[in-house]
Design a protein around this ligand. Structure first.
Ligand code: 5GP
Ligand code: ZN
Length: 115
């Protein structure tokens, strides 16, 4: 995907602050943080949404998520964290390369989104 921001970041064509990488995923600091700590876990294989995810993609993402507990001290998330995957327009997905937001570093409000 030539025009995908996250593929370009993965290839080093766009700079980012990478805090973790393995064969399945990489983790960068979000450029526009919505919490004291805000990272993005990005699968190395490009796919847009959960609807496009293969069984291999699911296994790779779960392997990535299972690395997070080992990273919490270094990433400032030892108090807890929240994982968010925005899917589609109502969720406000802006980058169509599946990614998991990792939010923490503070107590996280859980607002009633109907208001
Ligand atoms: P979405 O809205 O698709 O769930 O999340 C996309 C996220 O990517 C946003 O939180 C946005 O701040 C982040 N983002 C967009 N462009 C860049 C970039 O070039 N570098 C980094 N580090 N984050 C980005
Ligand atoms: Zn991509």
């Amino acid at each position: 995907m030539n025009d995908c921001i996250f593929c370009k970041i993965m290839k080093g064509e766009i700079p980012s602050e990478k805090v973790y990488e393995d064969d399945d995923v990489f983790v960068i600091r979000d450029i526009d943080p919505k919490a004291e700590k805000h990272y993005l876990m990005i699968p190395k294989r490009h796919y847009k949404t959960i609807a496009e995810m293969t069984d291999d993609d699911a296994a790779a993402l779960i392997r990535g998520l299972r690395r997070i507990p080992g990273l919490v001290d270094r990433l400032g998330l030892s108090g807890g964290y929240r994982l968010v995957i925005n899917q589609g327009d109502d969720a406000g997905q802006t980058v169509f390369h599946l990614h998991v937001h990792i939010l923490g570093g503070q107590p996280l409000d859980f607002p009633d989104l109907r208001k």
